[in-house]
Design a protein around this ligand. Structure first.
Ligand code: FAS
Ligand code: PHB
Length: 389
């Protein structure tokens, strides 16, 4: 099989890139390890930066997002029973879209299928070849049948556990990592959200987050030990702990109900450099991971896709290789800013096992400074809505 761009990974990164390329007549094939239902069964991100909203519009996949998503022009932060708001629109003129990653992925699959996109599911043994030449190729198996795709470029959109990052020679790869001493226990419930806006809560018992998917589908998280398993937490225990971590007036109006999904995500900050090796380009979680505190995982995958899409467009439309040669350096500049914000917000809001009372007082002082200082709020708001691409 021959295509212009072989894309490994049928998550949001791979699908968005494939759909954007299609809008400009550039062919691609997406190779996905799992089934479509499995991919759509994952519950992940919930907040879209303005840049990702624009990319979905450019890809022609934004109708349902605009119809069913929620525009949020601010967020709430709490410490103990104190609650304050950071107004994104006031400080940046921008907003965010609350619309689940699952729905983004669903919309992208629908668009690829509607335009005859080539997506191969349940692929195995993907191997990337000859990326330092201008005739790279990918070999893989489907149902025991050995296959090959000859292409001009390969996009590694296969997430943290994929094969793409490991294709870069070990002596070339520089990896930076910080593992956090806690995880996030997440619950999805068919209950009305406790508040119209998200609540990021710092409490002496640990972090909590009140989020949502729609008027009757809420998403809640509490920080938990890395040793915990979802089955260690009954629904009642989860709700009782969540109530202890958010302001009393919010806890009093929290509508609880049975969890329809319960999972624990480990938290890490991770970046691999470079994000390309010849004609192999890494996008999204294949290249970097952030703690979800700042809602930057999916959104930084989107900025990678934006840079790679425009670099490939420049190549195919003008023959210039400047964009493709400069992809890694350009993407990493924004990746590290997202890493910093995610680390900062996680450090501010979570309870660390070795944290002293002094450390907690410093967190409260920083939250009170954020509460009272316009410059501090503007800095947070600009990072949260998404720094420019
Ligand atoms: P993905 O991991 O989504 O997709 C990669 C795809 O490649 C997968 O479908 C995988 O099956 C496939 N693949 C892997 N290896 C392959 C191979 N060898 N061959 C073919 N296909 C292969 N971000 C937030 O902003 N907020 C959150 O709350 C949040 N929660 C998260 C919870 C969890 C448990 C995880 C793991 C991540 C979370 N994230 C969150 C981050 C998440 O949203 C990612 O940033 C986002 O999925 C990135 O998208 P992709 O880069 O497409 O990677
Ligand atoms: C979510 O709704 O899943 C969500 C929202 C904001 C975050 C993390 C997760 O920072």
């Amino acid at each position: 099989m021959k295509t212009q761009v072989a894309i490994i990974g049928g998550g949001p990164s791979g699908l968005l890139l494939s759909q954007l390329l299609h809008t400009r007549g550039i062919s691609s094939v997406v190779l996905e390890r799992k089934t479509k239902d499995y991919v759509l069964g994952r519950i992940r991100a919930g907040v879209l930066e303005r840049g990702l909203v624009s990319l979905m519009e450019e890809a022609g996949c934004a109708d349902r997002m605009h119809a069913e998503g929620f525009i949020h022009d601010g967020t709430l932060l709490s410490y103990g029973d104190e609650l304050f708001r950071v107004d994104f629109a006031e400080h940046t003129g921008a907003t965010v879209m609350v619309y689940g990653q699952t729905e983004v992925t669903r919309d992208l699959y629908a668009a690829r299928e509607a335009s005859g996109g080539q997506i191969e599911f349940e692929v195995e043994n993907v191997v990337i070849h000859d990326t330092k030449t201008d005739t790279p190729f990918v070999t893989y198996d489907v149902a025991g049948d050995a296959r090959r795709i000859d292409c001009d470029f390969i996009a590694g959109c296969d997430g943290f556990h994929g094969v793409s990052r490991k294709t870069l020679p070990e002596d070339v790869r520089q990896e930076y990592e910080k593992v956090y001493p806690f995880g996030w226990l997440g619950v999805l419930s068919e209950t009305p959200p406790v508040n119209d806006e998200l609540i990021y809560a710092n409490s002496p018992r640990g972090f909590a987050l009140c989020s949502m998917r729609n008027a009757n589908l809420s998403r809640y998280y509490i920080q938990c030990p890395t040793s915990d398993r979802p089955e260690d937490w009954s629904d009642d225990a989860f709700w009782a702990e969540l109530k202890r971590r958010i302001p009393a007036d919010q806890a009093a109006k929290l509508v609880t109900g049975p969890s329809i999904e319960k999972s624990i995500a480990p938290l890490r900050s991770f970046v691999t450099e470079p994000m390309q090796w010849g004609r192999l380009f890494l996008c999204g979680d294949a290249a970097h991971i952030v703690p979800p505190t700042g809602a930057k995982g999916l959104n930084t995958a989107a900025s990678d896709v934006h840079y790679l899409y425009n670099a490939l467009l420049e190549y195919y439309e003008t023959g210039s290789e400047a964009g493709v040669n400069g992809y890694s350096a350009k993407a990493l500049k924004r990746v590290w800013k997202a890493e910093r914000f995610s680390w900062w917000f996680s450090s501010l809001m979570h309870r660390y096992p070795d944290q002293t009372e002094f450390d907690y007082k410093i967190q409260v002082a920083e939250l009170e400074f954020l509460r009272s200082n316009r410059a501090a709020q503007q800095a947070m708001a600009e990072n949260y809505v998404g720094l420019p691409y």
